[in-house]
Write a protein that binds this ligand. Structure first.
Ligand SMILES: Cc1cc2nc3c(=O)[nH]c(=O)nc-3n(C[C@H](O)[C@H](O)[C@H](O)COP(=O)(O)OP(=O)(O)OC[C@H]3O[C@@H](n4cnc5c(N)ncnc54)[C@H](O)[C@@H]3O)c2cc1C
Length: 475
């Protein structure tokens, strides 16, 4: 009987999983495996919040396999050694996996593919985490895209309406299972207790992903286009970690949302376009693999970052900048592992443009604290905010956190939720307590510098300084 190793990576699902499906199509015993590749992942092994998610997602996958008469074989890395050992121990004659697009993964997988080919073993890889492979979309001059809209116009035409496949009822395994590490051996859970609260916000795993998708479609899709901009309401899908870990396939999400196009036209269309940004992020990372650390636009490598930004970076990380919408976002991130997209843009703009800390410092903090930390999307988001990446914000766009707060959190509900010390501030002053009259502050029980910080930066002056520096680069 043939034996196929199905190597699970960031496709932690049984439904709509092409590598698994292909293995099921063969008359073979299936060996589902997961390898701890943290040491293979260069500068970007999963951060602490991602590891929390991974632990629970692997647990869910192991249980789902167990219910089907199978199991998850967990091995330590590096991946090449683990695959060699597994092949030797099990006599497997094939290895199947779904593709990843990060530069380190592409290099590693190519090497493993070569080795398997050299051994005359079958190796097959599949597309499972993108709607369109990054190399299938190119400009008319056969170049990668750097701007979203034309990319999306072309990419969209290639999306085949493919009905997602269901999870198998059973999986045939060997009678002699190879050894496996336990999940606890991997020590994925943070040693500090800061992630303990995440469990009340998230259900990692395939079932949790489907529940979140259904809940979003039922409760929020119909108003997505407007509600997605309001951080105080649950207006977006929060599917980003489920998509990142492949608990849901983009095809599953696409087809579920697209089936509502007749009733939720504009909103559903808008949502599908956001999935397009995810595709674009992967396209850019695939074609410009140096961008996690270097600006896409070389000119910005010379940007004069402020040398003494250390304390302000610390205040930003802790949600103690004295700028309420920024602090609310950074505390939401710390407490839940996620931050609203609008607020991500605001906090990123403050860090790179007003504080003038390098965008890479912000990207690293997000990398460690986001449950949806994704090299492609995080790099795109930070380079966008810094103005140095693909489809970047024009250099003169510097978000004013006060105006942004007044516009998108007019009643201050988001700030009140995450910065409770400001709960009693009236709407008029909640986004700029430092400008409020003494009497108002006293009535709200706030002494600035004691109960809530004064702003770490002068918004107007730092804006002018950034504009001068940016203008010099852009000419
Ligand atoms: C500085 C910065 C850093 C970011 N870092 C990440 C990151 O590490 N991981 C990540 O998944 N997203 C990142 N984003 C993009 C975006 O903020 C999140 O995808 C979104 O907030 C996730 O929430 P949601 O699932 O409710 O989104 P929804 O509004 O429900 O969107 C649906 C899906 O579309 C995708 N999507 C939406 N917007 C974007 C976008 N701008 N870029 C790429 N994909 C998008 C996500 O997969 C998302 O789940 C970042 C944005 C910024 C400005």
């Amino acid at each position: 009987m043939r034996r196929i190793i199905v190597w699970f990576r960031r496709d932690l699902r049984l439904a709509d999983n092409p590598a698994l499906l292909a293995a099921l199509d063969e008359d073979a015993e299936i060996l589902p495996a997961w390898i701890d590749t943290r040491d293979d992942e260069g500068d970007w092994p999963p951060g602490e919040a991602s590891q929390w998610w991974l632990h629970h997602s692997l647990e869910a996958l192991g249980n789902a396999l167990g219910r089907r008469g199978s199991r998850l074989i967990v091995r330590g890395g590096p991946a090449m050694a683990a695959i060699r050992d597994l092949v030797a121990e099990t006599g497997a004659d094939a290895v199947f996996w779904n593709r990843l697009y990060e530069p380190h993964a592409v290099a590693r997988d190519s090497e493993i593919k070569r080795w398997l080919n050299d051994q005359d073993l079958t190796v097959r890889s599949f597309s499972a985490s993108l709607l369109v492979e990054p190399w299938r979309v190119a400009t008319d001059a056969d170049k990668p895209y750097r701007v979203f809209s034309p990319f999306w116009r072309k990419a969209k035409k290639q999306i085949a309406a493919r009905p997602p496949t269901a999870a198998p009822d059973t999986l045939r395994g060997p009678s002699d299972w190879p050894a496996s590490l336990s999940l606890a051996d991997l020590k994925l859970l943070p040693t500090m207790d800061w992630a303990d609260g995440f469990g009340s916000h998230w259900t990692p795993g395939e079932a949790g992903g489907h529940a979140a998708l259904e809940q979003f479609i039922e409760a929020a899709l119909g108003e997505y286009a407007t509600a997605r901009e309001v951080p105080a309401v649950a207006g977006s899908s929060k599917l980003s970690p489920h998509l990142h870990f492949g608990e849901l396939s983009p095809d599953q999400v696409w087809s579920a949302v697209a089936s509502h196009l007749p009733v939720a036209g504009n909103d559903a269309e808008h949502y599908l376009r956001e999935l397009g940004w995810r595709e674009f992020a992967h396209h850019v990372l695939y074609h410009f693999p140096e961008t996690p650390s270097r600006p896409l636009n070389d000119r910005y490598a010379d940007f004069p970052w402020r040398k003494d930004h250390g304390d302000m970076l610390g205040a930003w990380q802790q949600g103690r900048t004295g700028l309420p919408i920024v602090d609310a976002g950074m505390r939401q991130l710390w407490q839940t592992g996620w931050m609203h997209n609008r607020v991500r843009m605001i906090v990123a703009s403050l860090l790179v443009k007003n504080i003038r800390a390098p965008w890479q410092a912000g990207a690293h903090w997000f990398w460690d604290t986001l449950v949806d930390a994704d090299l492609a999307s995080n790099t795109l988001g930070w380079q966008w905010a810094a103005g140095c990446g693909a489809d970047a914000a024009p250099y003169f766009r510097i978000f004013n956190p006060v105006r942004q707060g007044e516009k998108f959190d007019a009643q201050g509900s988001y700030v009140r939720r995450w910065v409770p010390e400001l709960a009693k501030m009236p709407d008029k002053w909640i986004h700029q307590p430092w400008a409020a009259p003494e009497k108002v502050l006293a009535q709200a029980g706030i002494t600035l510098g004691r109960d809530y910080p004064r702003p770490v930066i002068d918004l107007a002056r730092s804006r002018d300084e950034a504009l001068t520096a940016l203008k010099a680069l852009s000419t």
